[in-house]
Design a protein around this ligand. Sequence first.
Ligand code: NAD
Length: 489
Amino acid sequence: MKFGIIKDYINGMWVEQSAIRQMDVFNPSTGEIIAKINITPQSQVEEAIDAASKAFEIWGKTPLSTRVGYLFKLHTELKNRKEDLAQAIATDQAKHINDARGEVDRAIQLTETACGLPMMMQGNKFSITENVMGEVIKEPVGVVGALSPFNFPALVFGWFVPFAIGCGNTLVYKASELSPVFMQKIAEILDDIKLPPGVFNLINGDGAVGDTLLANPNVHAMAFVGSTKIGSIVADLSAKTGKKSMVLAGAKNTAIVLDDVNMDGFIDNIINACYGAAGQRCMATANIAIVESVYEKAKERFIEASRNVKIGDACDENVYMGPLISQAALERAHYYIDLAISEGGKLILDGRNPKMSEKNKGGYFIAPTIIEGVTATMRLAKEEVFALVVALIKIKNIDEGIAIINDSIYGNGGTVYTEGGANAHRFVTETNSGMIGVNIGVPASMPYLPFGGTKASLLGSQAKAQGRDAVEFFTKNKAITSRFYGYGK
Ligand code: NAD
């Protein structure tokens, strides 16, 4: 599948800028070039912001029921075009086609949730004294800039677009330069459902394009999902230019396994938690900390199940998982494996340089890789690798496991595998991550619950995605106090 030139969509029109700077888009399963991005020049980013500012004057005052009407149409089209959207993700992001379908389903659920905005956007009114009323109403923020990561084009679309435009904002959205095709298809849908021009604008390119968006004072809020390194820049620049910011950033998640674990359930669940989406989820389990009494058994079962994970072309229904996103990501995975070995870790399952079919020889593949003898202070245990490289850490008890999670600079997820209520309760209460699982390796919250971490996983204004938290971010509260002298006379 090839996609030609990736275009901008500005003020209701497709814009194919002559290439001042161009980038290639690869299919990570094969290494072949499948599209080219004409990087949006600075002047065109400004044009998109101007279009969004103009559109906001009308869209912000458009009745909520009309805005939600567009979300219903968007929802219908997402469902109609689900397979095409999933195939796009399986091609340029090389997320396995089954995972890609699941991701599109989540975007559909998020759009459904945003259709409930008339309930979620209600403010409140109360009597202060007999003739004085207090009121809080929710108003849109204005022009929102959005920066998306490569690994969840549909999920992040679902976090930002339905909620932002439903709340009455207009958007300038930069897709990831590594996986831009899904958002091309979203712009096609928004064009087809005749969303008014300027409400949604799409720009493309690398970090420099994002910087132009950040620097512009007419952008009132920034919604970002990506690494902690770039997230820190986004949070700092947003604060300097007076923008509200939602900054969901990097992660390093640990699952702890206690002696009363249900071993079959654990194995069944942990494989997807570690290797689903090729380990490139912000909620992926990367460290497994196991108590000594069940360590050997859990390790053997985990190795055996990991060996059975079949890798291959992300569009192939018969494999479990595709490649990493890029050659750079593959090199980073290899770097961390070497580093862990040099720090005393033992490679007990080596997934490097797997044998691939002729078609997939140029892809960025690594098979499940497991390193044991890792300690909480080693870099492999602390830093985000974002691949199928799993560290096994032997712990004495639950205290050591909780300490690994609480001492991490990140705080996105954390899971305990136990059948014991007291241990589960203790884990839930004492860990300081944003999303906690009990026998659930990827405790990613449902679309109507808050999604977000703590510490270096959530920066900026500390705003979280989804449900009412998203509404809080994409609106501002206005308090009104009124008195009527004639009351009661
Ligand atoms: P990234 O930080 O490299 O890029 C994210 C976006 O920022 C891209 O659109 C990129 O073009 C843009 N960008 C890059 N440099 C910029 C700059 N200087 N100024 C403005 N924008 C800039 O992230 P990635 O590699 O695409 O995504 C993977 C990361 O995202 C991982 O760290 C993962 O944990 C994180 N992530 C977090 C969550 C979460 O909910 N916390 C969800 C998904 C992904």
